[in-house]
Design a protein around this ligand. Structure first.
Ligand code: FAD
Length: 323
């Protein structure tokens, strides 16, 4: 009989991540189509209460161990590999996020199982899993069929809804796993974003600047527009790498994922690593001098022009309308 579908519940400082909620929705759909159970694997220490938020799963496999208190791939990979060896799931879905990154390297190796990385679509075709994924930083898309044995799927955040509404509380199964007392790697400290900086994940309006903004001085114009609209400024990686904005303002794969009501992307090309972090915005307006820039394929409105000129004109227009 086919094994069940598993999702790994990613949590951070006592809360289940948005990416986990998305996996629950995806996993629920896949399990229903395959006629198997959806099980969520929750690892932690004194973290059992979080199981209640994993509603769409039929059951939560909860492993409690003092060395699982902090996020860390080494000990988590030991625990999940031991569970998988005993129970043989069909597929293990893990969020492809910076939190789960080291787990994703270790788990398939420990299990001797294949890994499909950067999954952007997972379907059931003829009773088996078919996965579409991105390679080479998003430059190539491939579709692969999962084989018979367990497969680990690293699922990109933001590819589907996070539907957890109306789900009944799942059954919780406490599972004991033999783990070494020394986890090998220990978390020494959390490094918080600079105190007092804006949390861009909580903004309704974001004005994002990319390399096309040309200089740090031009960010002032973006600040003017953002403040006129009651929002904040954020940026693509080159802008952060150059020190023009703090790291807490970086949007994308190695930054944060944002879902504002309005996202103005100025001088941003639309690389997959950036788009991953902003494509969930309700309304995307892109400004770029290159009409062929990939950002226009995710934007709802596009302006082919100089970023600084357009931001300036928009800031003036908003100020005029307000005042
Ligand atoms: P560019 O790609 O250089 O684009 C600049 C754009 O500005 C061009 O489209 C150009 O036409 C336009 N332009 C030029 N002059 C003007 C002008 N005067 N007015 C208007 N437009 C103009 N990137 C992120 O953003 N966030 C991440 O979290 C992230 N994580 C990454 C993780 C990994 C593992 C890797 C490999 C890469 C990551 N990147 C990330 C980098 C990403 O691949 C791109 O290099 C980056 O997003 C490009 O930033 P950009 O669009 O500002 O610059």
């Amino acid at each position: 009989m086919a094994g069940n579908v598993w999702i790994v519940a990613e949590h951070w400082k006592g809360a289940v991540s948005d990416a986990t909620c998305e996996l629950l929705a995806l996993g629920r759909d896949l399990a229903d189509r395959l006629g198997v159970r959806l099980e969520a694997v929750l690892l932690g220490h004194e973290a059992r209460a979080m199981a209640a938020s994993l509603g769409p799963a039929d059951a939560v496999l909860y492993v409690d161990h003092p060395t699982l208190a902090d996020a860390g791939g080494l000990q988590a990979s030991r625990a999940i590999a031991a569970l998988a060896s005993a129970r043989q799931p069909m597929a293990i879905l893990v969020p492809a996020t910076t939190v789960s990154w080291d787990l994703l390297g270790l788990l398939p190796a420990r299990m001797g199982a294949p890994l499909v990385n950067f999954c952007r679509q997972v379907e059931v075709v003829d009773g088996a899993l078919r996965v579409s994924s991105l390679l080479y930083g998003g430059k190539m898309a491939v579709t692969v069929a999962a084989g018979d044995g367990p497969v680990v799927l690293a699922v990109l955040p933001g590819i589907g809804p996070a539907a957890v509404e109306g789900a009944a509380a799942p059954a919780i199964e406490d599972v004991a796993v033999d783990l070494p007392g020394d986890p090998g790697v220990r978390l020494l400290e959390y490094q918080e974003p600079e105190a007092g900086d804006v949390d861009i994940t909580q903004q309704d309006v974001l004005v994002a600047v990319g390399r096309g903004i040309s200089s740090q001085a031009n960010i002032e114009v973006a600040e003017e527009l953002a403040s006129a609209l009651g929002g904040a400024v954020c940026g693509s990686r080159p802008v952060i790498d150059q020190g023009w904005l703090p790291l807490s303002r970086q949007v994308g794969k190695s930054g944060v994922t944002v879902r504002p009501r309005l996202y103005v992307a100025a001088g941003i090309s639309g690389a997959p690593e950036h788009v991953e972090g902003m494509k969930g915005a309700e309304l995307i307006v892109a400004v770029n001098t290159d009409a062929g820039a990939p950002i226009f394929s995710v934007a709802h409105y596009g302006i082919v022009d100089d970023a600084t000129d357009v931001l300036e004109a928009l800031a003036e227009a908003v100020a005029r309308r307000k005042g």
